[in-house]
Design a protein around this ligand. Structure first.
Ligand SMILES: Cc1cc2nc3c(=O)[nH]c(=O)nc-3n(C[C@H](O)[C@H](O)[C@H](O)COP(=O)(O)OP(=O)(O)OC[C@H]3O[C@@H](n4cnc5c(N)ncnc54)[C@H](O)[C@@H]3O)c2cc1C
Length: 383
């Protein structure tokens, strides 16, 4: 056998998996079709939010607690600061899903938090101009991860632990070799391994037939605007946010590396694509207009000239929960497709889960709600 584990896709999840497997002494090959890192997938754009009072579902909170610990471990291993704490704001109408969901998670998991009105948020963090009657959960441990640097840190740590990583090599197909092996065929070679990990992000459907119908790529656009009052938009004064407002659901982060505060709209313009290779990558005037309108209304002190616009991809399931499971037909193949617009913060713990599953047994983490065979993902399931 050439390798014990091959990882197809060395982006956010694949790089973390490479480190977790290599540090357990597994012989690992990671194969990435672009560069390390690159701006063609889902993890670029410098930063990603991490937050604990998870409005999407309280079952993510234990995974998040472990994710925090593992982010600190890769920071220690790499000697780099990768997770920057700013506090987090989850805000919206008092009876809305976002505020109520965040509050449920905070209470159920006894997270340190405060409930603020929109007016109180605006007073404490003057960059914000929320509707005064909105409600917010403020949680002090929220922040962001330097996502592209974290991929590099994971890859370097994996290499230091003995992993082999090939960039600019594309996995074309893989074949099962009985129950205990796979052959992976790329545009540069052919490799055998006992286990295969598929962490191909928006391309999952091309490498894993069961995900073709389930994991749908969608175009997103990120904006960075120069703040008119920069002192209000630094990591020390500006908590990361998720906001549900009349115009939709938005997220944002302080100024960091790019000279602008960063934000985006979930499901931006609803542009799903059949293949990520068909994605319209150049942002246009309508993308910019839509995003600037949001900032003018809710962050007017941040709404200076545009500094950058960048396209990126979500990979959505209908229930917006991840898929982390074994392949239904080939148990030696592990599928990890955690996106739906909120996966990056989990990379560190997903790497650990993948390493557990690749070990042949189970994992101590509760990932039952993320299995592939769940009612919401059945053909014809109600949405
Ligand atoms: C605009 C935007 C904002 C987001 N904001 C947040 C946020 O604030 N917080 C958060 O937690 N999450 C956020 N997300 C979601 C998060 O970024 C994703 O969940 C995460 O990046 C997915 O990581 P991944 O490893 O699955 O994908 P990627 O990092 O894209 O990695 C997949 C890799 O597989 C490679 N690959 C694909 N096919 C092949 C092949 N055939 N051969 C070899 N390699 C292959 C790709 O090139 C790629 O490098 C956001 C996403 C977007 C797009």
């Amino acid at each position: 056998m050439d390798f014990e584990v091959i990882i197809a896709g060395v982006g956010g999840m694949g790089s973390a998996a490479a480190w977790q497997l290599a540090r357990r002494g597994r012989r690992v090959l990671g194969i990435e079709r672009f560069d390390i890192p690159h701006a063609m997938g889902s993890s670029h754009g410098v930063t990603r939010i991490i937050r604990l009072p998870y409005y999407e579902d309280p079952r993510y909170v234990p995974l998040l607690r472990r994710a925090y610990e593992l982010w600190r471990e890769i920071e220690a291993a790499s000697g780099e600061r990768l997770l920057i704490t700013t506090g987090s704001i989850d805000a919206g109408a008092e009876d809305g899903d976002l505020f109520q969901g965040a509050l449920t998670s905070a209470r159920e998991h006894r997270l340190a938090h405060e409930v603020l009105t929109g007016a109180q948020v605006n007073e404490r963090f003057p960059a914000y101009q929320l509707p005064p009657a909105h409600r917010a959960v403020y949680q002090p441990d929220g922040g962001f991860i330097a996502s592209e640097r974290a991929i590099v840190a994971h890859v370097r740590a994996a290499q230091a632990a003995g992993a082999e990583i090939h960039a600019r090599e594309r996995v074309l197909e893989w074949r099962s070799r009985g129950t205990d092996g796979v052959t992976v065929i790329t545009d540069k070679g052919r490799y055998n391994a006992s286990r295969l990990v598929l962490t191909a992000g928006a391309w999952m459907g091309e490498l894993a037939a069961p995900l073709k119908r389930i994991a749908i790529p969608e175009r997103q656009v990120l904006a960075w605007l120069q703040p008119l009052q920069p002192a209000l938009f630094g990591p020390d004064r500006f908590p990361v946010f998720n906001l549900a407002v009349d115009e939709g659901r938005y997220y944002g982060l302080p100024v960091y590396e790019v000279p602008g505060f960063k934000f985006g709209r979930y499901h931006h313009r609803g542009e799903t694509v059949a293949s990520p290779d068909d994605l319209r990558r150049e942002p246009d005037a309508e993308d910019e207009r839509l995003l600037r309108e949001f900032a003018e209304r809710y962050f007017p002190r941040g709404c200076g000239p545009t500094m950058a616009l960048r396209t990126c991809m979500f990979t959505n399931t209908v229930d917006e929960h991840f898929v982390i499971d074994r392949h239904p037909e080939y148990p030696q193949v592990i599928l990890a497709s955690p996106c739906s617009g909120h996966g990056y913060k989990f990379c560190s713990v997903v790497g650990e889960i993948i390493a557990d599953l690749a070990g042949g047994g189970g994992t101590r983490h509760d990932i039952d709600f993320l299995r592939l065979a769940r009612p919401a993902l059945e053909p014809g399931a109600k949405q």
